[in-house]
Design a protein around this ligand. Structure first.
Ligand code: HMG
Ligand code: MG
Length: 300
């Protein structure tokens, strides 16, 4: 199997990374993080989400963040939108790309967005239609693709069924989320093999949380399956508020180091990325979750 020559990294740190933080984080610090990431060469940054502030208080300031970031040409600045209300609010803040998020397990869907999988998909249809009419691209997420905190094992066929629906309604890319990080490389390969029967592999992405320390291996497993888009979070920040104990995404620095070693081009500057990650860790007063960043910073 030949590996992809180019990989696109979707930086989810400002959203997935920060959404679970209990301490207040200023709009200035969020804007600075996004600007640092674009300056490091990240071409796709998930900046925030337009969800209920009662459910995820940390994302309440997303509109302000969007209006204050420095928009670099060629960079996509995206937001999560669970329904029309969120979509309209995102548009009003100048957002030009959004993501909807469904789950492969019923109980997680209820906990995360307070409705069944079928209801969530029905809710996305008018959003996709409105987005199409306005020329806004929509990405689709599926959570719990390699395990659910409430239901345990999740069959790949169940993931494939949700992926087919999201793709059919117009999501240009489907990101498969290992929300609780229990997936292993073998299961990841099998998942992409099954979902890839219905959806072209260049329309699939991997989103691996690193709770069990498997995320980087799962990225490599995805590469072996011909997947060339991966979500990651600078300094490994994050966790999902509705998956207790789930830790951050795979660290962007660590994925970049892996890709560089494989000779795969991304256009991202590792040193600037490490600096961006350490800066937000200092703000949060947290240890850096990237092994590569820790190693580079300890060299002095
Ligand atoms: P609900 O309570 O069922 O919604 O929540 P509702 O339509 O009945 O409305 C209730 C209240 O929420 C109303 O306000 C609405 O106006 C308001 P009230 O009248 O009570 O004052 N509301 C909103 N406010 C702001 N923005 C909105 C919005 N919609 C309704 N868009 C809802 C349903 C989906 C809104 C709620 O469950 C929610 O916001 N959930 C947030 C879920 C979330 O953000 N989870 C984390 C992101 S997903 C993730 O991390 C996984 C991922 O990384 C992949 C992976 O790792 O697996 C993507
Ligand atoms: Mg996530």
């Amino acid at each position: 199997m030949t590996l992809p020559q180019h990989v696109r990294l979707v930086e989810v740190g400002p959203r997935d990374g920060l959404q679970n933080e209990k301490q207040p984080i200023s709009v200035e610090d969020k804007v600075r993080l996004v600007d640092d990431l674009s300056a490091a060469g990240l071409a796709y940054i998930e900046v925030g989400s337009f969800v209920s502030p009662k459910w995820v208080p940390q994302m309440a300031g997303s509109a302000e963040v969007f209006t204050r970031i420095q928009r670099r040409p060629g960079v996509t600045y995206a937001a999560l939108t669970p329904n029309m209300k969120g979509f309209e609010a995102a548009l009003a803040a100048g957002v030009r790309e959004v993501a909807v998020f469904a789950a492969a397990s019923e109980r997680f869907s209820q906990k995360n967005i307070n409705c069944s999988i079928a209801d969530s998909l029905a809710r996305f249809v008018p959003l996709l239609d409105a987005a199409k009419a306005r020329g806004v691209r929509v990405r689709g997420y599926i959570s719990c693709v390699l395990g659910c905190p409430y239901e345990g094992e999740v069959p790949a066929a169940q993931v494939a069924a949700v992926a087919r629906e999201l793709y059919a309604m117009g999501c240009y890319e489907i990101s498969l989320g290992d929300t609780i990080g229990t997936g292993t490389a073998g299961a990841t390969r099998q998942l992409f093999e099954v979902v890839g029967r219905d959806i072209p592999r260049d329309r699939l992405a991997g989103h691996f949380h690193d709770t069990y320390g498997q995320a980087l291996a799962n990225v490599y497993a995805g590469l072996l399956e011909g997947i060339s888009v991966f979500d990651s979070s600078v300094a490994g920040l994050g966790g999902c508020p509705y998956a207790k104990g789930a830790t951050g995404n795979v660290a962007t620095e660590d994925v970049l180091y892996l890709l560089q070693g494989l000779g795969i081009e991304t256009g991202i500057d590792l040193d600037r990325l490490v600096a961006a990650g350490q800066r937000i860790c200092n703000v949060l007063d947290k240890p850096n979750g990237s092994r590569v960043a820790r190693a580079r910073l300890s060299r002095g």
